[in-house]
Design a protein. Structure first.
Length: 363
């Protein structure tokens, strides 16, 4: 997948930008606070329909404007497409190839971006919810059907929790919902376990390649059901056994909405036993592994965004990491380095300078 051009209007501090990109490497440089991250955030937004900074849609709209516009022309297997996103306080309206989508969920999986951000390293010590969101986002990009399973799960979970909050509820209907949510748990668990297994096959080698450290890094999926117990009867029984607790807390106490990921280095929790540098290299290795897995799963090359990540590394490691990205992936890099420093790194592609929300192509 290649983004050929991008138009932005009233997106954060960007008044108006119209730019043509290189199919290989695109470096956006400039002083801090000029809008470099805003630009690549808009590219990432096309993939997940949310900000990788965790901000709400309203925060992406320029002050004193009613809406923001993201308009991208991209090429997928020699077929050209156009997607237009209109962001307002009512949400996001999507037009794909001049057809307005009835459901935004139908766009998930069409546009795959893998972003490397400085805040990624906090995932190891952050909440289980953050790690679940990371897992769900990455699987959904490669498998839209998984995203639709999640939507149905959330709908049934909400319905079951609302029923539990009632003083006198229909127990037969609760059992119907318990059976349905058990089936959905089973389907999602199978997908999650399979995804983690495939990712781990790639991750071990990627970490050693980027870190030059002979340590094994793996991700363990922590769930209420072990991988060797994945059957409908077991999942249903475990959820049903929590009936008294569900009544006490008036919500569903067991399910994939409570699961977690544990990153380990040499069989020890990475968040405790790894240095800050090792954690940074681990998340970079994880994203590189996702790039490989995405291509194996979909046959399409994801777009790669390095948002102010490479500037934290020395020149040798910058080059090593860029060399690990397959040549067919389009890359976007933001940095605050000088033009001269960038030219040492950039063997091909384009440079752009960002100044107060204005983008200029550099020769």
């Amino acid at each position: 997948m290649i983004i050929e051009s991008l138009k932005l209007k009233d997106y954060r501090n960007i008044n108006k930008v119209e730019i043509n990109f290189d199919e290989s490497i695109n470096i956006i440089y400039g002083l801090n606070g000029q809008g470099k991250t805003n630009l690549v955030e808009s590219i990432d937004f096309l993939s997940s329909l949310k900000s990788f900074r965790g901000d709400q849609v309203e925060s992406l709209i320029k002050v004193d404007s009613d809406f923001s516009l993201i308009d991208a022309y991209f090429n997928e297997t020699s077929i050209k497409h156009q997607v237009r996103l209109v962001l307002s306080n009512k949400g996001v309206k999507i037009t794909f190839d001049k057809q307005e989508l009835k459901k935004n969920s139908d766009f998930i999986g069409i546009f795959n971006v893998i972003t490397f951000s400085p805040s990624d390293v906090t995932i190891f010590k952050d909440s289980p919810k953050r790690r679940r969101e990371f897992l769900d986002d990455e699987i959904s990009k490669m498998s839209p059907s998984y995203y639709h399973l999640l939507l149905e799960y959330r709908k049934v979970l909400k319905e079951r929790n609302e029923l539990l909050k009632q003083d006198n509820f229909d127990k037969m209907f609760l059992d119907v919902l318990t059976k349905r949510i058990s089936q959905l748990n089973l389907e999602i668990l199978k997908r999650r376990y399979d995804f983690i297994d495939k990712l781990n096959e790639i991750l071990k080698d990627k970490f050693k390649e980027v870190s030059k450290i002979e340590k094994d890094v793996v991700i363990e999926y922590e769930s209420f059901v072990n991988k060797d117990e994945l059957n409908n009867e077991t999942v249903y029984q475990k959820i049903n056994d929590k009936y008294e607790e569900d009544l006490k807390y008036k919500s569903t106490q067991l399910g994939i909405h409570r699961d977690d990921l544990l990153f380990k280095i040499d069989d020890k929790p990475l968040s405790v036993f790894a240095s800050q540098g090792q954690m940074r290299l681990c998340i970079i290795a994880t994203k590189l592994a996702l790039l490989d897995l995405s291509y194996k799963s979909t046959g399409s090359r994801a777009i790669v965004v390095f948002d102010d990540v490479l500037s934290e590394l020395d020149e040798i490691r910058q080059t090593q990491i860029l060399e690990k990205v397959p040549k067919d992936n389009q890359i976007f890099i933001t940095c605050a380095q000088s033009k001269e420093q960038i030219k040492k790194l950039l063997k091909k592609g384009k440079m752009f300078k960002m100044t107060d929300g204005q983008l200029e192509t550099e020769e």
